[in-house]
Design a protein around this ligand. Structure first.
Ligand SMILES: Cc1cc2nc3c(=O)[nH]c(=O)nc-3n(C[C@H](O)[C@H](O)[C@H](O)COP(=O)(O)OP(=O)(O)OC[C@H]3O[C@@H](n4cnc5c(N)ncnc54)[C@H](O)[C@@H]3O)c2cc1C
Length: 292
């Protein structure tokens, strides 16, 4: 972390005050949430850090079948939250429990994890699969963006000057919806080579709607719409599931990873998508992919 230019750290107690300080500071002021990303992304020319820890934005609340999560909630709290455990089969808890180490999880916040994705980031993949909404507060008021828009570019480019992500809203799930998240890593603490989140609603074996999202192939999570199109509105069977997983592996964009080849990631994508769909759409007893 390069702090040579740092002159001031402020601890606003309201969102309005934090937004005002950030807007006045322009690109010389920066929000600090868990502060963990500063290990990887050096601070250049930042004169003021605006610490978000005193904002009333640390909570996980159930609301009308959905979930509202404050941006400053540590992922350790998300991992322990009973409300998160009841939503979407407990995927958010499952994912939060595997982020970094215990020490990291106490620091890393939900908002920081979403605003600054890295190739290993977990929550963006899940937020996109659930089509979560991002509540953003800025000097000109409040706006809400769907995850599709928020992750269409690096979120820091999507946020305007002085804007803060204040809350993430996971929508109520349709009846008969099923969800799954799977990641593959060589050890339990290593970050994943690839991860897949699927959310679908079904009537019997008919797939009414679905979202297939893969993370860690590129920095931003990818929704695989061609693969989704193979199954949406159709009665699923093994042939269609195989076809959807093949299409998913083909349409996936892959950024170079020194740990494995592009083909290896495509094989992982195919296997993860197929395994999840066999489990949650065809009701087969397929074990999760694990090497450790
Ligand atoms: C050893 C290690 C292992 C890790 N493993 C994983 C892993 O397996 N999976 C995973 O997902 N993550 C992992 N991480 C964490 C990840 O790399 C990021 O560092 C972390 O998510 C950042 O969260 P933060 O709360 O610390 O955000 P910060 O570092 O405080 O902020 C990140 C960026 O977002 C901005 N920002 C933060 N909050 C807001 C907000 N509310 N509104 C607007 N802008 C905001 C900040 O200005 C900053 O630019 C790991 C980190 C470490 C150090």
């Amino acid at each position: 972390m390069r702090l040579a230019e740092l002159e001031k750290v402020t601890y606003p107690e309201t969102v309005a005050e934090a937004v005002r300080i950030l807007a006045e500071g322009k690109d010389r002021a920066m929000a600090l949430s868990g502060g963990v990303s500063f290990v990887f992304a050096p601070l250049k020319s930042v004169e003021q850090l605006v610490c978000l820890s005193r904002l009333p934005l640390s909570y996980v609340r159930e609301e009308k079948g959905g979930l509202r999560i404050g941006a400053v909630t540590p992922v350790a709290d998300l991992a322990a939250s009973p409300a998160a455990g009841r939503y979407g089969g407990g995927i958010l808890r499952q994912v939060a429990r595997r982020i970094g180490s215990t020490l990291n999880r106490n620091l890393i916040t939900v908002g920081g994890n979403l605003v600054q994705p890295f190739i290993w980031s977990d929550l963006p993949t899940v937020a996109l699969a659930f089509s979560a909404s991002m509540v953003i507060q800025g000097p000109k008021g409040r706006r809400t963006l769907k995850a599709e828009k928020f992750f269409s570019r690096m979120p820091k480019q999507v946020l305007k000057e002085g804007e803060l992500l204040t809350e993430v809203v996971f929508p109520p799930l349709e009846k008969n919806s099923r969800t799954a998240f799977e990641q593959f890593s060589l050890t339990e603490v290593d970050f994943a080579y690839l991860k897949t989140a699927v959310r679908l609603s079904r009537s019997g074996k008919k797939c009414l709607d679905l979202a297939i999202v893969i993370g860690s192939a590129t920095i931003l999570p990818q929704r695989l719409e061609e693969a989704e199109g193979v199954l949406r509105g159709r009665t699923a069977n093994q042939v269609l599931v195989n076809e959807a997983s093949e299409v998913a592996a083909e349409e996936l964009k892959i950024k170079r990873d020194i740990r494995c080849s592009e083909d290896y990631k495509r094989d992982l994508a195919r296997a993860q998508v197929r395994g999840i769909l066999e489990r949650i759409l065809l009701d087969q007893k397929v074990p999760e992919w694990k090497l450790f």
